[in-house]
Design a protein around this ligand. Sequence first.
Ligand code: NDP
Length: 294
Amino acid sequence: MTQAKLIDGNAFSANLREEITARVHEIRDFHHVTPGLAVVLVGEDPASQVYVRNKNKRAAECGMKSFEHVLPADTSEHHLLNLIEGLNDDPEVHGILVQLPLPKHIDAQKVIETIRPDKDVDGFHPWNVGMLASGGIGMIPCTPLGSLMMLRDHLGPLTGLKAIVVGRSNIVGKPMAHLLIRESCTVTIAHSQTRDLPAEVRAADIVVAAVGRPEMIRGDWIKPGATVIDVGINRIGLPDGKSKLVGDVKFDEAVKVAGAITPVPGGVGPMTIACLLRNTLTAAARLHRLDIPE
Ligand code: NDP
């Protein structure tokens, strides 16, 4: 029985981070600019704390400056917006990321809209959303960008391929679909109201799963030879009381049918942080009008 090729996000992201490190050193040595990333966390959510720590650690490893702002859960919206305005004006900060979700008393959309679009390394500001949708040059959200990089690396040009994105969230599904349209794929966007999802998935050469439902997409939904990008990260309990991470795709079934597939963990996840660093480097280069390849 054939086995799909595993698309190794750990190896891919390590290479990407190495390239970014070289560029960071180059612009530091030749242009005296050190890219800086500010990460803001409100509250004590343990998962968010781990994400923020990792983002800062990786930024520092690449030679960037990293600024961590950890605020108590009862921080007022006013205080958070003031902090962001300060970061907007800080010449040492080129990228600003506010870890989501935010506590309920804070309007996340207002916070996103306060970040300067050219420092919005998450790509969530409406200006960047519009740029992506209209084919302009803005900041591309990290998870879809990482997913696209892996697709292009594995498949080469994507022109004319049929792609399905399962999930239509603003942070993954919709930007992913826009990126695939840009690549001249024929794109279907599926969601919870889609009729006969298995048939829609079966027609696709590229499947991007961003649903948040453990192992929902089954092996017999996959077209033989298709490329599967599993964005989902779901923690499930095991009979022995322990737990493990699984994707949105039933991996042990899909791996027997697909041509290539990303594992969970070790697929899209590591690419997300690498792309955040890439966006920070891009932001620094654009803000200082440096002529380096993006
Ligand atoms: P959201 O909950 O915001 O969106 C989920 C989407 O899936 C919605 O559009 C929803 O449809 C759709 N959906 C839900 N149930 C079904 C169903 N039964 N059939 C078809 N579609 C369905 O999730 P996110 O986009 O934020 O995240 C998706 C997954 O990706 C999660 O597991 C998350 O943890 C993971 N993730 C991973 C990242 C990484 O770095 N690897 C980064 C970000 C997210 P509808 O709109 O109709 O409700």
